[in-house]
Design a protein around this ligand. Sequence first.
Ligand code: SF4
Ligand code: SF4
Length: 186
Amino acid sequence: MVTAIKKSWPWLGNIIETVSTVAHGLWVTLRMWVRTLRPERKAFTELFEYPELPVPVSARYRGFHRFDLTTCIACDQCAKACPVDCIYIGKERVEGAKGFKVTGFTIDYSKCMFCALCVEPCPVDCIFMGANHDLSCYSRDGCLVDFSRLPLDVAWGRATLNPTAVHESKQVIAPVHGGPNQTSAS
Ligand code: SF4
Ligand code: SF4
């Protein structure tokens, strides 16, 4: 109808269109405002105790990684698959045994784009995309997470990966676990 009016009287069609779109915008605003008055509506922090407790995410969510130092064999497959080269793996040979011991497993989250390409090639399934969706920090150093220095529970995603845990991991001088070659290395 507005189109027909616009054809005959363009000025009138423009006025009708302007008034109706403004009225529609005001109606949306009013509807949202009324919703905020409902007593059952709660603030985000009342529903989720974030960051103390993680916020539920969908099953295939790609958040900050989960990494299991106890099974990683330092094969470099994940680092080679990473398109932005943001996985840095330190390793050393284990005397009297096959394979390597992980001496560092750092991911630079200022570069990571959460593509999950590092997860697929892992032969021992020790790296996954996790459920954490943010990691606030004041410096770039805070974006460098060395999973080999984090407590195993945090690295594996049983406890929240948080800035405090990352900060404390910077004080740890050796990996918290010897990896699958632990017995042979000791
Ligand atoms: S998610 Fe993608 S960008 Fe991030 S570390 Fe893995 S491969 Fe690299
Ligand atoms: S996380 Fe998996 S792919 Fe990466 S070095 Fe360890 S074992 Fe290899």
